[in-house]
Ligand binder design. Structure first.
Ligand code: C2O
Ligand code: CU
Length: 484
């Protein structure tokens, strides 16, 4: 066993004696969950069982989180928190069947953890405070798991999220299948925003004003730079993996207001690519698109088109400008890359549970964000292999993006209408006053999991549910651990 592992085991053990408070239901302030006493053993087992498939490899990445100076706006320096000195952190690239081993060292002034958004990994590697103690300043923790699915994923801090993500603790992860369509170029565009004050520093958060809808920054970012200019050759077709890493900003992405091809979403390729002029990308969500070809000399704006998520409609917003250079030869392969996705359930399948998003004004005039009437809702266990049909109901007056950790679902219908294509998703928008029906089946990865609104301020304020995935016959074992 590697040193990394022993170091982890040691540091985890050191902090076993910390008594983190139990769930402080109905109170303001951060709710600290705590891993069970068996979490360390679960972690060790998951670590040891992560072996690459034949032909695969172990992709090792060292991440160091520390404060640095960064230029969101060229020529203007902002103090940020970054992985390896860059915002976003390094883009990780790997293949299905590889093992990803990420050793994270925390050089920040506060604890952190790392969540692997969209990945089907063992619960112990999910990076939440349900499954691990936070990584304290000075400590190192190693995440190690096998990559099971091709797609566009991302990693981000799962501690003090409204602060730590804005400061820069996020990055992209592309996982490739053995065979993929060929494009002239591939780019990852991590879209986000920050709120800078007059001196160019990240503004202190203003609870009262920002809390209800979540923070929307005054500087829009692509890969850590404000409204950059990109360059693309004429006549070429590129594959763009687009990630919305913002705290709360919805992006209705359009590319020069031209039609473009959507190849995939959060859970990889669609059953059949579809052509559109814009795609709504909520916080946490991703799309994989084919862009171009364009004529030499064209100037293409990457925009977020107007959209009202219940906070009033904003005008179109620029994220990046693409200048089209001289024509170059194209080696792009077939754009149609269908994938078989068997439906899990019919649209009219009877829901097995309801997840209700709501908000409530409390006595002090603040707003509380709830799941099924509670903050940090404890949901019933989910049994491995049993079909889940969940109706996600939004009783509030603004949209909320529902994100399920660790498992993909299919959208059966949204406000009574089936989606335009079949796909696997981990994040879906639930419109204000609306209802989305999803279906999913837990594969054999028992443990503690969660779902939440991916508006970070709402998640932090309690709009989340946590539940155990248990093996059949183990339903009363709330830890979800098998005795086998
Ligand atoms: Cu990207 Cu718990 O979320
Ligand atoms: Cu929300």
């Amino acid at each position: 066993m590697s040193q990394h592992h022993e170091h982890q085991a040691h540091s985890n053990h050191d902090h076993h004696s910390q008594s983190h408070g139990a769930h402080a239901h109905g109170e303001h302030g951060p709710v600290v969950h705590a891993p069970s006493g068996a979490a360390l053993a679960d972690y060790q087992r998951a670590y040891e069982q992560a072996e690459p498939e034949p032909g695969g490899t172990v992709v090792r990445v060292d991440l160091e989180a520390r404060e640095i100076d960064w230029e969101f706006v060229p020529g203007r320096t902002t103090r940020v928190w970054a992985f390896n000195g860059q915002v976003p952190g390094p883009s990780i690239d790997a293949r299905v069947g590889d093992v990803l081993e990420v050793r994270l060292t925390n050089r920040l002034s506060e604890p952190t953890t790392l969540h692997w958004h969209g990945l089907r990994l063992p619960a112990a590697m999910d990076g939440t405070d349900m499954v691990q103690h936070p990584i304290l300043p000075g400590e190192t923790f190693t995440y190690r798991f096998k990559l099971l699915d091709a797609g566009t994923f991302w990693y981000h801090t799962h501690s003090n999220e409204p602060v730590q993500l804005e400061r820069g603790l996020y990055g992209a992860l592309a996982v490739r299948a053995a065979e993929e369509p060929v494009f002239d170029r591939e780019r990852v565009l991590v879209l986000s925003d920050v709120t800078l004050d007059g001196s160019g520093q990240i503004a202190a958060s203003d609870d009262g004003r920002e809390r209800r809808g979540g923070r929307e920054g005054n500087v829009r970012l692509v890969n850590g730079t404000s409204e950059p200019e990109l360059m693309m050759w004429g006549g070429q077709v590129e594959r763009w993996r687009i990630i919305n890493a913002a705290s709360s900003r919805y992006m209705r992405v359009s590319i020069g207001r031209r039609p473009f091809r959507v190849l995939g979403t959060g859970g990889g390729m669609l059953d059949a690519p579809t052509t559109t002029r814009d795609v709504l990308l909520t916080p946490g969500d991703r799309i994989d698109v084919a862009v171009g070809p364009f004529e030499p000399g064209e100037v293409i704006s990457v925009l977020s088109e107007p959209y009202d998520r219940g906070m009033g409609e904003r005008s179109a917003e620029l994220f990046a400008t693409v200048r089209i250079g001289p024509a170059a030869p194209s080696h792009c392969s077939v754009l149609d890359w269908p994938r078989e996705i068997a439906p899990l359930a019919e649209r009219d399948a009877a829901p097995t549970r309801e997840v209700a998003f709501s908000e409530r004004i409390d006595v002090h005039g603040g707003v509380t964000f709830l799941i099924n009437g509670e903050q940090h809702y404890r949901a019933d266990p989910v049994t491995v292999g049993e079909l889940q049909v969940w109706d996600i109901v939004n009783a509030s007056s603004m949209d909320h993006p529902f994100h399920l950790h660790g498992f993909f679902f299919q959208v059966l219908e949204r406000n009574g209408t089936p989606p335009a294509y079949r796909s696997w998703e981990d994040t879906v928008n639930v419109p204000a006053g609306g209802r989305v029906r999803i279906a999913w089946v837990a594969d054999d990865r028992p443990g503690e999991w969660m779902y939440h609104c991916h508006i970070l301020e709402h998640h932090a304020a309690g709009m989340m549910g946590h539940f155990a995935v248990v093996r059949r016959g183990n339903d009363d074992d709330a830890s979800g651990r098998s005795t086998a």
